[in-house]
Design a protein around this ligand. Structure first.
Ligand SMILES: Nc1nc2c(ncn2[C@@H]2O[C@H](COP(=O)(O)OP(=O)(O)OP(=O)(O)O)[C@@H](O)[C@H]2O)c(=O)[nH]1
Length: 530
């Protein structure tokens, strides 16, 4: 599984936090905007529906009202004052017939008179019928001299709900003699009111009068009942139309109303608020979901881009610095980006390399110094016994592999104790140092002089046979004899030498030379024992 670096996690958590804060702020803003917009849209739907219903009602009742106006006027050619006369009644009936045939919305057109009589086509009233006490008659009298509001009432015979418009009939002396009225079936209006809306299924329309009494309603049980809840919220008459919200105890509703003043009707279109909220909540949820997904994707993208441009070079730098310090030859083939991070990374890498090279040099120097110290005799600065052993091993090895000859010389200062005793240890030291210098300048560059211990020295001579070794020994003797040592001390040495042969081992040749040197001492000192 991919390991996320600490920096990557930090960048991710910072960008995620910022994204979440942005999401919350944007979401709250968008949610309130969408909610307001949703309510506005719903109000506009209600307004349009209400307007079209109002237009339909106006269009429906306009010809009816015109017909009432026309028949009530003296210009219609009928003198209603003579309503009792046969001729007038026939005239009236034939006019009613014409109107009924011309205007399809007319359910019945009829006139009632002060004596309780009724003139109507194709309708037989009950025997006790009295026109004067009928609601349409009363309404017209009440509205005199204007036309009555459209009032709904139930037909006595059919029990069907109809709406009636009526107007008083007056004689020449302006005395009311009767009322002309038109009944219109409300089926068409009821149907129009009940047309469902696809977006808001609970939308419906109804009509009430200015007292809050329901006139027309899709629910046929409701006409003639009071709609107190909405009526109590309705603004005054100066508001011809508007929106309001109210609760009927069970449901919260949003409503739009429109007054049709000439009918005395108020057309109301309303919808359950939950019906509006549902699509708004849906829109808000899907919009917010898109925002959240979009923001999270952007966050992921941002953190990936940041990671590629910021974290990857740093990780590579970390790896390469580690590789450099571990001394790996092959470094990761990565090209740092051409920006500040890339430049800093390259600089750090170079710095690390430089520091490492410097450290290596120092280490080499120290190792060399250490090696010199460990192979050098402190007093005389020539090779010490350890170094001489290494040289001897190397020569033995060369002899064994390539049969290269070599010889070994070993000598000891004669009566050196006396030097120390007579002149002091320091002078003895000076003699040792001087002796080493003298011999070193005498022997060949390829020969190695070393201090074997105390006042004992060894010379390893590569490519040297016994004879040549003797020459070297003689040269050494000559150099010692001809050199003037401190305080003109007379220095002589006893020397033993051997050429390494097939029969020798390193140990055996050393024992052999030591014995030769001992013999030189025994036989008088200041001599060479071959
Ligand atoms: N000044 C000084 N004296 C040393 C050093 N190493 C050994 N000696 C002395 O060398 C002397 C060696 O003495 P001996 O082994 O008795 O031999 P010698 O006096 O040289 O006599 P022969 O070897 O028999 O000729 C001792 O007195 C040591 O103290 C040194 O580094 N400095």
């Amino acid at each position: 599984m991919k390991q996320f670096s600490k920096l990557h996690r930090q960048i991710f958590s910072i960008t995620t936090t910022l994204a979440l804060i942005t999401i919350v702020i944007i979401s709250v803003g968008i949610a309130s905007l969408l909610y307001t917009q949703g309510i506005d849209n719903a109000e506009s739907v209600l307004r349009n529906k209400n307007r079209s219903v109002t237009t339909l009602i106006n269009g429906y009742v306009a010809p009816l009202r015109k017909a009432v106006e026309y028949t009530s006027r003296p210009t219609s050619g009928i003198d209603h004052n003579h309503f009792r006369e046969q001729e007038t009644q026939e005239k009236i009936r034939s006019l009613f017939e014409i109107l009924q045939n011309t205007i399809p919305n007319i359910h019945f057109i009829f006139s009632g008179y002060e004596d309780g009589s009724l003139l109507i086509n194709d309708y037989t009233p009950p025997s006790d019928f009295n026109a004067v006490i009928r609601p349409w008659y009363q309404a017209a009298i009440k509205s005199h001299p204007f036309m009555s509001d459209g009032i709904p009432y139930q037909d006595i015979n059919s029990k069907k709900w109809v709406v009636s418009f009526g107007k008083t009939l007056v004689d020449a002396g302006n005395k009311i003699v009767g009322v002309i009225s038109i009944d219109a079936g409300m089926d068409a209006i009821v149907k129009a009111l009940a047309i469902p809306d696809e977006k808001y299924p609970t939308i419906y329309n109804f009509v009430m009068d200015t007292e809050g009494k329901i006139l027309i309603h899709p629910d046929k049980t409701l006409p003639d009942t009071l709609h107190q809840q909405i009526f109590s919220h309705l603004p005054g008459k100066m508001h011809a139309s508007g929106s309001l919200s109210y609760s009927d105890g069970e449901q919260k509703r949003l409503a739009h109303f429109n007054r049709i003043d000439e009918l005395g009707w108020i057309v109301v279109t309303e919808v359950n608020l939950s019906d509006i909220r549902q699509p708004i909540v849906k829109t808000i949820t899907s919009t917010l979901l898109m925002i959240v997904i979009g923001s999270l994707f952007t966050t992921w993208l941002m953190s990936s881009i940041l990671s590629r441009h910021l974290i990857l070079p740093l990780k590579k730098l970390q790896k390469r610095v580690q590789d450099i310090t571990e001394g790996k030859d092959e470094l990761d083939k990565y090209v740092f980006p051409n920006n500040e991070i890339g430049k800093i990374s390259e600089a750090i890498e170079k710095l690390t390399e430089k520091a490492l090279i410097q450290k290596n040099i120092e280490l080499k120097d120290k190792n060399a110094l250490l090696s010199t110290i460990s192979h050098t005799d402190q007093l005389t600065s020539i090779a010490n016994r350890r170094k001489m052993m290494e040289v001897l091993h190397a020569e033995v090895s060369l002899y064994q592999r390539k049969h290269r000859p070599f010889s070994v010389l070993m000598f000891d200062i004669d009566h050196f104790k006396r030097v120390n005793d007579s002149f002091g240890h320091e002078v003895g030291d000076q003699v040792l140092v001087k002796l080493a210098q003298v011999i070193k300048t005498t022997i060949r560059k390829t020969d190695t002089l070393g201090r074997w211990g105390g006042e004992e020295f060894v010379i390893v001579c590569p490519n040297t046979d016994q004879k040549m070794a003797l020459t070297i020994a003689e040269n050494v003797f000559l150099a010692i004899h001809s050199h003037t040592f401190p305080l003109q001390i007379n220095v002589t040495v006893s020397l033993g030498l051997s050429e390494f042969t097939i029969n020798h081992s390193l140990e055996s040749i050393l024992v052999e030379i030591d014995q030769k040197m001992y013999r030189a001492k025994q036989t008088g000192r200041n001599r060479i024992q071959t």
